[in-house]
Design a protein around this ligand. Structure first.
Ligand SMILES: [Zn+2]
Ligand SMILES: [Zn+2]
Length: 566
């Protein structure tokens, strides 16, 4: 649920995905996709009034978003003020202050967001730098490298700020199975059920929002059928989707909603009230696509979990997972990251803190050596062995930087973890088996794992009620990194997840940094035990004090002995 207030620090004259309050004064509006939490104020009377008297204010979005928006008559007044833009096609947009005539030019590029039909990210380039507003997004690992407008030649653009969909930026959602993996699991379950008889019917218990069309179109293709939905109006101009949905209730696969929005479905009754033509009772299973629910499991689960006699949860996400977001950010290396969403059960401070390690100034300090020289010996208790080695290599610099950079390094450990392998889930979990005793009761479950100590119902995690072919894809089989798609790895708490990652990375790449114990006297003195330069000697106390005196007086201190310099 986006809590983005609508304006970016760099370009406050444009408003994105918020249309109320101070956004009423914006010179241009941008809509990333048609989900309500991104449309606050969009049909408000104040904005409507503003449009009436404005010649220049426009709403920019994708062509699909425009269609979806205008399919709802409440937004019809926008029709003459919408400018639909092509994907990945940079467009010069001039923001004009209608009172003063002041102008500001920006180049805006729509990028695919992979969230729902029409969803885009906005890349904005102008005098205040390049910024990216992601809206809601789900990009798989490596996707960012394939988005051309994020690059300038072969390099990634210098991105100042990312306004981020941080819905699952939480180690509980370390990895979410890919859309394909989830789809195949659902297809398997549907296949097994609908092939039993024409009276066996599936109800997809989807929220009333865009984003499940991927499921509808693929299931429709697979089973050569159309999915029953309440209305086709919004898809009128989208043949790809339209051909896979129907208002004919005779379908064996339904995604219709109850008029009152009730989620409960009786075993022989669909939300649309459809029944078999000959009066034979229908056998109905419900499949509820969920992500949050899976993130709350404290035990490894399958992609599909049976939650009741005829109800299932299927993992399905249209937001990027924790590791997908990390991959995205470590590729872009923005200077600033502003979370637009606070993950459930977390605070804004939590997510901001976690994101700090992904900002460029922090990660780049990983390669900045710390100053050293003799002065460090005045505070030996703060040095680690590994630091000594680095500092010897680079020689002394201003000591004033030391504390600042030391703080940086502690955060670096988080960035180092990016390159480490994903945590082994076995180390994440308690052996306690978590189950739910009531179907569908899970949506009310507290997100806090500490409260998840429900009764153990052995049948919950097994699919023995109906014999399924293999709709459930085990998350435990390891097949190397690519297997990550099939896994939903959760941790009991976020810190644990990061800690494990850090350990892995530390063990392989920066073992010396993980050496935290204070150096002993012998370790300190060992700094002097490096081989001497030929023909040189270790200065005695008298020579040193003379040297310091000359340095303080600003005298030349270079002495020459043959070809050697001191
Ligand atoms: Zn959304
Ligand atoms: Zn129906």
């Amino acid at each position: 649920m986006s809590s983005f207030a609508g304006r970016m620090k760099e370009y406050p004259n444009m408003s994105l995905d918020r249309f109320d309050r101070e956004n009423l004064h914006a010179r241009a509006y941008f809509l990333s996709h048609c989900h309500k939490d991104h449309m606050k104020g969009l049909k408000g009377p104040l904005l409507k009034r503003k449009l009436k008297f404005s010649l220049t204010v426009k709403l920019y979005c994708s062509f699909v978003t425009k269609e979806l928006l205008l399919s709802n008559p409440k937004y019809a007044f926008w029709e003459d003020h919408i400018v639909a833009l092509e994907l990945e096609s940079p467009t010069l947009i001039t923001l004009i202050d209608e009172a003063s005539g002041e102008r500001e030019e920006l180049v805006v590029t729509l990028l695919p967001a992979g969230h729902c039909p029409g969803s885009v990210m906005f890349l904005v380039e102008g005098a205040q730098g390049t910024v990216l507003y992601t809206g809601d997004f789900r990009l798989a690992k490596g996707d960012a490298s394939r988005i051309e407008p994020l690059h300038s030649g072969s390099r990634v653009k210098d991105i100042k700020s990312v306004y981020l969909d941080s819905t699952f930026y939480d180690p509980r959602f370390y990895q979410i199975p890919s859309r394909e993996t989830c789809l195949h699991a659902i297809q398997g379950l549907v296949q097994d059920w609908v092939s039993r008889s024409v009276y066996h019917t599936v109800w997809l218990n989807c929220k009333a929002a865009y984003g499940y069309e991927y499921l509808f179109t693929n299931l429709g293709d697979e089973f050569h059928t159309q999915i029953h939905v309440n209305s086709l109006d919004m898809f009128k101009k989208m043949p790809e989707i339209l051909s896979h949905v129907t208002t004919d209730r005779a379908s064996q696969i339904h995604a219709c909603r109850h008029p009152k929005g009730e989620e409960f479905v009786a075993a022989c009754r669909l939300p649309c009230g459809s029944s078999s033509s000959d009066g034979t009772p229908l056998n109905i299973i419900s499949i509820k696509p969920s992500t949050m629910w899976f993130g709350e499991r404290t035990q490894r689960t399958k992609v599909i979990v049976r939650t009741g006699a005829s109800s299932y949860r299927a993992c399905f996400s249209f937001h990027s997972s924790y590791s997908e977001i990390k991959d995205f950010l470590s590729y872009l290396q923005p200077v600033n990251i502003y979370p637009s969403v606070v993950p459930i059960g977390r605070t804004h401070a939590d997510v901001s803190q976690l994101l700090k390690s992904m900002c460029r100034d922090v990660s780049s300090s990983a390669v900045v050596y710390r100053p050293l020289g003799a002065l460090k010996r005045t505070r030996p208790e703060q040095q680690t062995h590994g630091e000594d080695l680095e500092e010897e290599e680079r020689g002394g610099e201003e000591r004033d930087l030391e504390e600042e950079e030391r703080g940086g390094e502690e955060r670096d450990e988080g960035s180092v973890s990016n390159s480490g392998p994903p945590p082994r889930w076995e180390e994440f979990f308690t052996t306690e088996i978590l189950t739910d005793s009531q179907p569908n009761s899970c949506s009310h479950t507290s997100p806090s794992h500490s409260t998840l100590t429900g009764s153990q119902t052995p049948e919950l995690f097994v699919d023995d009620f109906v014999k399924l072919p293999s709709p459930s894809i085990s998350l435990s089989a390891g097949r190397g990194p690519s297997q990550a798609d099939g896994m939903l790895i959760q941790s009991e708490d976020r810190c644990q997840g990061d800690a494990l990652t850090n350990l892995d990375a530390g063990g392989e790449e920066c073992g010396s940094h993980t050496h935290q114990s204070e150096p002993t006297e012998s370790q300190l003195s060992s700094d002097f035990d490096i081989p001497s330069t030929p023909d040189s000697h270790r200065p005695g106390p008298d020579e040193l004090s003379d040297l310091y005196r000359r340095l303080a007086a600003g005298e030349e201190v270079v002495t020459r002995t043959g070809s050697q310099s001191l």
